[in-house]
Design a protein. Structure first.
Length: 508
């Protein structure tokens, strides 16, 4: 990763003993350490209710790295030990405002002993309820004041449960912190292939010239998970797949796909263009919500010879739960670039494979001969976000022999083919960006509210209608989702996770 090394600061992680910190944040920081992209000196202060001394916390972090970060052949034996020596810990009741005076004292002590400026990044890896309280406690102790150095605040989704609670959260944050201090993290925006959407379009006239209603027939965005709710039922059953995936991740991916070229690639310009798309999402009428929105829930099935429980029977799911584990939505954007181009967005659990991708389906050739030749399928551009990140383009070629029979062929690129270039984890990129004060790949508060403005009526309609279609675990969702596209003479693309023998991203 070619990037700027941040200026010295203290990174404070609330919830440092939690699952997100262990699985994602600390491995990402260690990767940045390996690449010499952390400030010198680097100081991380973990904060949490679990009682640890500094040494106990360092031992925990060494165990965490052993579990989640493979040892490289060229790794120095003392590298991990050296890295965790940068860690300190403060036991603190994060919900008790009186405790935050001790945090201020600890920070002053660290800054004095290490001769550090008063720059601080606060990362809230905590339950959503604390996102409303911690910023206030920080401000009450002067830990938001930038008179002596920058103060930045990273918060994790969910950003509210609906539009009203999102606005309340943002108003609460803005009363304590300025907009430039608030970093709303959506890890999907940190994924390399999501960023490549922008480069693919605007760095290549070949694609930019056809990225509109004149050539694009439809756009499809899929986020498929093969797992069920696992041990997250207590969380998931209260929100469902629309709040968990579509309202945030997929609508932001849609905005990156559909936006106009920004004047510059900085936070202000990129946020302005993505906000234009999100505010342009055409509200669905009641008839459209009944026809163009499909909610589903997986039922028991056998996958690979094993019995898989229905969602309703998963541990932690409320009896009679009507929570959706699958959703498909057909929508349009009120924008001249995308005039009458349908966007089909779907997300689901217990589908056949784990994959996230964006597909542009192009219109058929207008040529009177080749537009109707058997086998001459329309061109497709597939941007695979995960796994096996890459790009696939399909186009027609002449089959060898007499005549003009057309065969569709693939041309593809995989990031893994860049053997000398490591694909940075999303949290690596986003952590480094915040340390450098770059909010380009973070969600703005206005964008979050625009997403809720589109999604809220759909969720209210679902709550009133109660329409929830069943699908067997391990399939691609309810039959009604197939009909959603079939009515338009289209069909979903069915991606598979594995690569075919010739290296192409294959289709079932």
């Amino acid at each position: 990763m070619s990037a700027t090394v941040p200026v010295p600061h203290v990174l404070v992680i609330f919830g440092a003993s939690g699952d997100l910190a262990r699985r994602k944040l600390f491995p990402a920081l260690f990767s940045l350490h390996r690449q010499h992209l952390l400030p010198l000196p680097f100081v991380m202060l973990g904060v949490g209710r679990t009682p640890f001394t500094d040494e106990q916390f360092r031992d925990e972090m060494r165990a965490c790295l052993s579990r989640f970060v493979p040892v490289r052949a060229d790794e120095h034996p003392q590298e991990r030990l050296c890295f965790v020596q940068c860690f300190s810990y403060l036991t603190l009741s994060t919900g008790n405002g009186a405790d935050y005076g001790r945090l201020a004292e600890r920070l002053r002590d660290i800054q004095t002993r290490r001769n550090l400026p008063a720059n601080v990044v606060f990362y809230l890896s905590t339950p959503p309820a604390l996102s409303r309280h911690i910023p206030g406690y920080l401000a009450e102790n002067g830990l938001h004041d930038e008179a002596d150095g920058f103060k930045r605040l990273i918060i994790e989704k969910p950003f509210g449960h609906d539009g009203a609670s999102a606005r309340e959260l943002h108003d609460t944050l803005r009363r304590r912190f300025a907009d430039h201090q608030i970093f709303r993290i959506d890890h999907y925006l940190g994924k390399e292939t999501v960023q490549n959407l922008v480069v693919l379009r605007f760095a290549n006239v070949l694609f930019d010239a056809v990225w509109d209603y004149r050539y694009v027939d439809a756009v499809e965005i899929t986020a498929s998970e093969s797992l069920g709710v696992e041990n997250r039922a207590g969380y998931f059953d209260g929100i469902g797949i629309v709040r968990d995936m579509i309202q945030n991740h997929l609508l932001h991916v849609l905005a990156m796909t559909a936006m106009d070229p920004p004047q510059q690639f900085d936070a202000a310009c990129v946020h302005a263009e993505t906000l234009k798309v999100l505010r342009g999402l055409r509200p669905l009428t009641r008839d459209e919500m009944a026809r163009d929105v499909v909610f589903g829930q997986y039922t028991a099935s056998r996958i690979g010879g094993e019995t898989v429980a229905a969602y309703a029977d998963e541990p932690g799911v409320a009896p009679g739960s009507r929570t959706e584990t699958y959703a498909a939505i057909k929508l349009f954007i009120n924008h001249s670039r995308w005039h009458n181009v349908p966007f089909y967005v779907r997300a689901g659990k217990r589908l056949p494979t784990r994959v996230t991708e964006v597909v542009l389906h192009f219109k058929r050739s207008p040529h009177p001969v080749f537009g109707a030749v058997p086998g001459a399928l329309p061109n497709k551009l597939v941007m695979r976000i995960q796994p096996d990140e890459g790009v696939l383009m399909t186009f027609g070629m002449k089959e060898p022999g007499a005549g003009f029979q057309v065969k569709n062929v693939n041309m593809n690129f995989h990031y893994k083919d860049l053997a000398a270039t490591a694909i940075p984890d999303a949290y690596e990129r986003l952590l480094l960006d915040c340390m450098n004060g770059d909010a380009t790949l973070y969600a703005s508060g206005d964008a979050v509210e625009a997403c809720w403005a589109f999604i809220d009526p759909i969720l209210r309609h679902h709550a009133q209608s109660g329409r929830l279609f069943e699908y067997p675990a391990g399939t691609w969702g309810p039959a009604e989702a197939e009909a959603l596209l079939a009515r338009d003479g289209r069909a979903w693309r069915y991606p598979c996770k594995a690569l075919s023998d010739d290296g192409a991203i294959c289709e079932l």
